[in-house]
Every structure is written in C-alpha cells, then in structure tokens.
Design a binder for this molecule. Structure first.
Ligand code: T1G
Length: 702
C-alpha cells in the first residue's frame, strides 16, 4: 500500500516516527486517520522498529476531527477500527509528541498512546462541546481515567485549552520538555527509554469511579450557561458511563450520545459560528499581498471607562501601553478604576496576584500629548461628541510621527469627518470596542473612505493581537453592530407603549438564551448614555421615532443601576433588578397620553418584533455595502451583544424561521405600523428568490 500523502513513517534508528502533515492544523481530515493506522500497522510489522513516536508537522500536533466534514453524512469507521483501537492493540509503545495543539481527536489519539510528552507552549483540550458535540473518540472514557471524573467533567464541559505545564500537573502529559528542546529528538530519545517497558501502560486499563453527587453538582453548575443546550449534558452522561461501565461499553455509550448530537440544530449552529468567526477576518476586496504593520507602542487617549478598558486590553496581552488624559484628575480616576478592576479579578480568583502586578506595570499614565509622540498606534477614546473628538484628532495629528496610526473608539460618529481634520486620512480608521473593552471580544473596525488597505489590515490585526475578534464595518451612522441593533432598542420600548412590561420582554429574551434581558442591560449601561444618542438622531432626522417612555425615565433621573432605579428598582448594594410599579405607572400614563391602544403579546411576537426589526436593518446594511457578509453581522451579534451562540447568530437564526416568513411578517407590520417596518429591498429580493440570508450577496464594500 503506498504511503499516505498526509501521514508518513520515518525511522530514527529503531524508532518509527509517524508524522502527520495536513495543513493548516493537522485536522483529522481526508486520509489522515487511515494514514495513521497504516503507519502504525507498518511500524508494528517491522521487526527493526521497537517503539514509535506520533507527531505533527507544521503548526500543530493534531487539532481534532475535520469539522468541515460534520453534518455531511460522512461515514465514521466502525467502533474497533479507529486509530484509538489500533493504538490500544499496538504491541509496541507509542509516544505522542505534542507541540501547538492537541485538541479533540488529537488529544484522544494522544490519550490512546502509551506516553505523552510536550513542549511547554503546547495546549491540549477536548473542545467538542463548543461546537455542540462531545469527544467522540474515547475522550470521555480515557480522560477521566487519567485525571479523575471531577477534573474531566470540568475540562470536557468547558472545552478549554490546557497549557502543557497544567496538563502535566493533571497527569495528561508525562513530560514537559525544556523550552528550546528539539521535539523530535526528545521524543525519539524518550521512545528509546521506554521501548522495553512491559506491560504497556494503556489508559483504557485504568479504572475511575465517582459518586453520583459529582455529576449532579456539575449539572447544576452548568444549568444557567447551558440552558436550552443538550451537548453539555451529554458530555456529563458520557463521563458518568466511564465511571459506571466497563471501558468498551462506555465507548459504545459515548458513540450513541455522539450520534445524537452531530446533526442536531445546536451543533449545526455552533459549527456555523466557528467558521463565521474565521471568515470575518477575510477582507476579500483588499490586495492579498498587503500585510498589517506591527506596532510596539500603543497609546490610548482618554482615561474614562472605555479608555481604561482599552488600556487593560493591551496590557492583558503583554503590550506596554500609555494612557493619556490632559486632565490630571481624570487620569488619576482612570488609573484608580483600572487598579480596582484588576483587584476585583484577583478577588474573584480569575487573575493571579503576580499577573495583576505585571499587567498594571504595563499601563503608563501620562498627562501630555508630547508624552505619546513616540507611539505608533493611538486610540482616541474621549467623550462621544464630535466637537470634543476633533480637537483631539488635530492635536494628535500634529504631535505623532507621520506613519503613526490614528484610530478612534467612537461607537457611531462619522469617521470620514474625523479623518478630514488630519493630514493623514489614509492612516485613520475606527476601532470600536464594546464595553467593558477588556472583556468583550468584538472589535468593530470602521472603514473611512480614505483609509489605506495597510491601515485597515493593521486595525483588524490589532484586534486579533489583543484577543479580540475583528469585524469590518462601513462608515455609516452606528456602523454595523449598533446600527443593526438600533431598531431592536426602539422596538423594545415601543412594545411598552402597546402594553408590555420590561420584565415580560426581558423574560422572553432570557428564555431565548441571552444572559440578561435588554432592559436589565440598559440599566447596567446607563439610560442616560442611550438618551444622548437619541437626542443626536432626533436633531439629525426630523422623522426620528422618539421614545417618550425612555426619555421620561431619564428626565426623572432614573439612569439605572448607577442611580438605584431605571427600568427596574435596585436595593442598595444589590444589582438584582426588581420590577417597579412606578415604572408600570409611568408606562401606562405615557401610553395613555399617546393614545396607544393597549393589548397583550405572545412571547413569540415579542421575540420577533425585536429580532426581525434588526434582521431588516441588517439587510439594509448589506445592500448598502457596509458589511462584507451576513455572517459578519452574526459574529458581531455573538460577540457584541451576547446573542446565544448555540443559535448561530441573528441572520443564521432568521434563516431557521425562513426568509419568506420573515418578509411576510415584516410586510404585515409595515401595513400596521408604517414606515419603520418598511421591508428593505434586499429582504424583498431574498424572499422573492427564496435565498437564505446567509447567502445574500452584499453590494461591494462602500
Ligand atoms: N477542522 C477543520 N478546519 C479547521 C479545524 C478543524 N478541526 N481547526 C481549524 N481549522 C481551520 C480554520 O477554519 C482555519 O481555516 C484554519 O484551520 C486556521 O484556524 C472525534 C469529533 C486549532 C486552536 O474544535 O480551535 O475532534 O479560515 O484561524 O487561531 O472527538 O483552529 O484558514 O480557511 O482557528 O491558530 C475538535 C478547532 C474537533 C479545534 C487554531 N477540535 N480549531 O487556532 O487558527 S471535533 C476543535 C481551533 C473532534 C473528536 C471530535 C483552532 C486552533 P481558514 P484558526 P488559530
């Protein structure tokens, strides 16, 4: 049999080295598993070979099954004929030599090997739950036998990546090599050392038990996050099987549970989200040879909540960052807020004290523009008003080096107008962070008309380098995320005019899968913030649909949590939202004053009123060429607004309803409510042709 093109067997003396080479991440795609089996069989049949090493070429060990193959009706090899079985049956020891990632089926192969060694930078994990399935290659049976049920449950239900040193502490990795070790040479030496050890140490021969209470406790601990999902619970059931059934029966149970998940809606949506998050980095209309610039000296101007969060985001990813505010008291308050944020993380146990000090040490407060003249990328994050931002941009343009990038954190203002006050419009772009900037993963990169491709690529890369998911947005009021969200924000208040209550709307959205209802989120962000934006839009657009109920609350000083009352009432020191009869009375009185007929609503109508209004606006954004793809808008909703990931994203979810049904409902509301529900042209065209939202062809980027 010819050697597989993606797996080869080489010999280093009496050690057979099996090398997987299936770029970009050595997923177990076409022929890889067969290639590993063939190489193992040939090595076992070769009397000159005493032991084997299994390793990956390029970036990684093995990153798991090829997710692109899921849901395609692929045939999995029958139980007993998979790589894990051949490894289990191998009469010669196999050492897994790990660099980069050993994830999913990659780690499962490593666990079926007899030994595992890794370079310190390697990461291992069973992330299947993140794509709506479970480790289907024996991971739910072998991992508990290595680390125990409790640790296995945490790793499998979280799907997190485990750094090699931690994995060694758990017993997953037998030896972590020195940082500069040559992995292949070290693995061959290790294989020589253990070649004659018998009996072969097979994970499947170990036992694991656990009290039933362990599983009940995990089910309880994940209930809030995993609400409406199936995969996390199937993971727990599979680990339970490892603790209650003989190994082979446990494998069969795992296989049954896996089969129930692969083609379920949850897995399809999560796979969609996975690939959408990779697609969003691709800028199809920019020259492919243009590369992003490196930057080493970022600065943030404005030490408010956003500026401080952005500085933390840089520091969290190892950058020394200057934070500048011309007002010393604002700078001091900003640094105080940063110190308090890090201290809270340490108190919560999510940040080690030494790491807190390292991160804090990377943030350098400065008071003058001259102090940042050496910086190569500056993000402006001052108050959200053009007459405040323009002078800052003018000053920065004067003091910065000619090739420095000038970015703004504005959430809606015209980036062309800001770029026009500089002599470097080609080096200007928007980098819109979401609050809290050091936590939220979305970075919306806004594309002014004069920005060079290099500037856009650098802004997108900046997000990735500080752990964000960057998504490109056209320069339109509200850009893409907030613009597509705006009708949702109006519709939720208009529903109150018609007879809904905040708590009813919030319950619908939490039941749908949001972590918090939109009214509770408003109270968290501050109702005064939204009021600023409404005022600006009302001035700019005489037809702007005012929201008297929301305006009334702000007039009364009910800004939300920060004033102890907003849409809800709050007890001192408690952030729990309590329905407030005073708000119900305000709603009734304003609605009566507007003469709006009152009625009751089904949960589905509330959900569709909010989300369909945004689907319609998203279609307008696409038809105007302000976003590359419908899936980019989904990525923004997942990472900017907490849209439930197991529903794929706003447009993916709408496709589940069907473009024709969405159009028909919007057309009906257009008759009932007037222009704010006028269907967009693209929506009408998609409905006429039956084209899914995800396949919409947007206009060229404008
Ligand atoms: N299958 C197919 N393509 C994959 C892939 C995979 N498993 N992993 C990555 N890619 C593609 C990705 O789409 C992108 O493509 C390119 O590789 C680089 O990825 C039996 C059933 C490994 C941590 O869930 O977490 O094993 O956009 O941009 O940032 O129990 O990729 O260039 O065309 O993400 O360096 C379990 C998923 C599968 C791992 C690398 N494994 N991958 O991150 O690069 S299920 C996973 C990742 C399974 C078994 C079960 C990350 C990464 P393109 P990237 P990266």
């Amino acid at each position: 049999m010819n050697e597989s093109p993606v797996v080869r067997l080489e010999k280093d003396g009496e050690i057979g080295v099996i090398i997987v080479n299936y770029p970009p991440v050595n997923a177990l795609g076409s022929g890889v598993s067969d290639g590993i089996i063939d190489a193992l069989n040939r090595a076992n049949a070769d009397p000159a070979i005493k032991a084997m090493v299994l390793m990956g070429e390029g970036r990684s060990f093995i990153a798991g099954a090829d997710i692109r193959g899921f849901g395609t009706g692929r045939k999995r090899p029958p139980l007993g004929q998979r790589t894990y079985d051949v490894l289990d049956a191998s009469p010669k020891p196999v050492v897994a030599a790990i660099h980069g990632y050993a994830l999913g089926g990659g780690l499962e192969n490593a666990l079926a090997c007899h030994y595992r060694i890794a370079v310190p930078s390697a990461k291992v994990g069973l992330p299947e739950v993140l794509i709506g399935i479970l480790p289907g290659g024996g991971g739910t049976q072998r991992l508990p036998r290595v680390v125990g049920a409790q640790a296995a449950l945490e790793l499998i239900t979280s799907g997190r990546h485990v750094p090699a040193p931690e994995a060694a502490g758990l017993g997953i990795i037998d030896e972590v090599l020195p940082a500069n070790a040559n992995l292949r040479a070290a693995a061959v030496a290790y294989a020589r050392k253990i070649a004659d050890i018998r009996p072969l140490p097979r994970v499947r021969d170990r036992n694991v038990t656990a009290e039933p209470a362990v599983f009940d406790a995990v089910r309880k601990s994940i209930a809030r996050k995993a609400r409406n999902q199936k995969a996390p619970y199937s993971c727990i059931a599979a680990v339970e099987a490892a603790c209650t059934l003989p190994f082979d029966e446990g494998i069969r149970r795992e296989s049954e549970l896996f089969a129930e998940l692969e083609n379920a809606d949850e897995a399809k949506a999560l796979r969609y989200a996975f690939f959408a998050e990779r697609e969003v980095a691709k800028l199809p209309d920019l020259p492919p040879d243009i590369k992003p610039c490196n930057f080493a000296a970022p600065a943030v101007v404005g030490a408010g909540t956003m500026g401080g969060g952005i500085a933390m985001a840089f520091a969290d990813f190892g950058y020394d960052v200057k934070i500048m505010d011309a007002a010393q008291d604002a700078l001091d308050r900003g640094m105080e807020r940063i110190r308090a944020n890090y201290a809270t993380s340490v108190k919560r146990g999510s940040l080690a004290e030494d790491e807190r000090l390292r991160r804090l040490g990377r943030i350098h407060p400065v008071a003058g523009y001259d102090d940042i003249s050496d910086c190569d990328v500056v993000i402006e994050a001052v108050f959200e008003r053009m007459d405040v931002k323009k002078p800052v941009f003018e000053k920065l343009d004067q003091v910065l080096k000619p090739d420095a990038f000038l970015f703004s954190n504005t959430s809606a203002l015209d980036m062309d107008e800001l770029a026009a006050v500089t002599k470097r419009p080609e080096r200007v772009a928007g980098t819109h962070f979401f609050s809290p900037a050091n936590v939220m993963k979305l970075l919306e990169v806004v594309r002014p008309s004069k920005a060079s491709p290099e500037t856009l690529m650098t802004a997108m890369a900046l997000g990735r380098r500080i752990g964000k998911i960057s998504a490109m947005a056209g320069n339109t009021d509200g850009f893409v995320a907030n613009r597509s969200r705006a009708p949702f924000n109006s519709e939720m208040v208009i529903l109150l005019e018609e007879g809904c209550l905040p708590e009813q709307v919030d319950k619908v959205m939490v039941d749908f899968g949001y972590p918090m209802g939109p009214f509770a989120v408003g109270d968290l962000a501050g109702l005064d913030v939204g009021a600023e934006g409404r005022k600006r839009r009302a001035l700019a657009n005489p037809n702007y649909r005012k929201l008297p109920i929301a305006d009334k609350l702000v007039e009364m000083g009910r800004y939300g949590q920060k004033t102890g009352a907003g849409w809800y009432r709050y007890e001192k020191g408690d952030r729990t939202p309590h329905p407030d009869p005073e708000v119900a009375a305000i709603i009734r009185s304003v609605a009566a004053g507007m003469g709006v007929p009152q009625r009751t609503f089904t949960d589905t109508e509330i959900l569709h009123r909010l989300l369909f209004s945004s689907v319609n606006e998203a279609c307008r954004i696409l038809e105007e060429g302000k976003a590359y793809r419908a899936s980019d808008i989904d990525v923004m909703w997942l990472h900017g607004f907490g849209f439930p990931r197991y529903r794929g994203g706003l447009m993916y979810w709408a496709d589940g309803i069907g473009v024709k049904s969405v159009y028909a409902q919007i057309a009906a509301w257009h008759q009932q409510y007037g222009d704010r529900w006028a269907p967009s042209r693209l929506l009408r065209e998609l409905a006429e042709t039956g084209t899914p939202f995800r396949e919409a062809k947007p206009a060229p980027f404008a």
